[in-house]
Design a protein around this ligand. Sequence first.
Ligand code: LLP
Length: 420
Amino acid sequence: MDHFALNQGVLHAEDVPLPRIAQEVGTPVYVYSRATLTRHARVFAEALDGVPDKLVAFAVKANPNLAVLKVLASEGYGADVVSGGELMRALAAGIPAEKVVFSGVGKTRAELELGLEKGIGQFNIESREEGRELAELATALGKQAPATLRINPDVDAKTHEKISTGKAENKFGIPLVHAREAYAELAALEGLNLRGVAVHIGSQLLDLEPLETAFGKVGQLIADLRATGHTISHVDLGGGLGVPYKSGEVPPSPAEYGAMVARVTRDWGVHLTFEPGRVIAGNAGVLMTRVVRVKRGGNGPPFVIVDAAMNDLARPALYGAWHDFEAVEPTGERMTANIVGPICETGDTFARDRECDALQSGDLAIFRTAGAYGATMASSYNSRGFVAEVMVSGSDYAIVANRIPAMDIMSAEPIPEWLD
Ligand code: LLP
């Protein structure tokens, strides 16, 4: 459930009519609902009531906006970060360092050092090489790095190939066949407090079965590692739970996910970490756009050209992803359209042959489910600026990310003297 709904014929975010935001902040603009974020955070946490000892760490990559992180910090969430930049954002938003988990296959030396200096709660190590490097850095600082070993369970998560992470051919984690050996080597290093394993098989998962299979393999590995004398106290189960992008789509609920996790992990006797991203933020945000003009198609439906483009919301161009598209003030009339942005390539298409609200030049519309992997994946392609982000709270709203105009980006490009 979200808080973007029609009120007297006008789409509102909570109690704020969207046309007001469009008028005062301009378009395109991302609009987040604080009440929706809070609700999702609580629903997910409550779904894990059956798991006694846990940390829910929001996957910052899904939406790194500081205001968003602050809302989640106040719900007691930790942060799953994958770069020094995300780590600094989590801390700046008030998430305590001990609730920060550092994932990612390519953490640099500088990033590992930053994590150690800040005293983060856990490093999820993705290779022996990374483990050795972290141990060496920690020893030099007189510290021991709390860590888990991320394994690659070779499970098909049945999601888009670009967001699958747990198949043997994916770059993530250590293949299960090498896990025991790698664990033994790294557990013996003085600079590491290797205390368990981590797994994450992919994103936008619409079926719990692959997750359960992967968790089953983790359970087996825990038993094997314990049998060889290791103490396993922490397991990180990653994120991945999908959300409905298309009205009518019904992904597994957080409650179903929580019940499965509680059942599978009942006898593990460990502290569990979860790294949900999309399920928390996805439906807590929309991208509002204005129709620039409607242009007749060649032999197909008309092109509704909006002022948002693939640089602002990359998912349709990158993954062929579907985002529901609705008029902010629907008339009840419908049309079939190709919904496109102004960028000069055909990939800048949000939807083809889409049945949607009838729209004319100047009308406002939204792309739904843009709160996760939306603004954060923006670029300035075609010398377009970065769009503003707004958070609504009841009848208030505030700009939580300024629009960065194309001219500001240009001003960060010094011209060498020898070209002048
Ligand atoms: N933990 C790890 C280690 C991850 O790699 C990810 C996502 C998550 C947690 C959070 O997954 P979630 O709960 O959000 O599914 N840009 C793509 C999604 C990439 C996801 C990458 N990893 C998209 O727009 O669909």
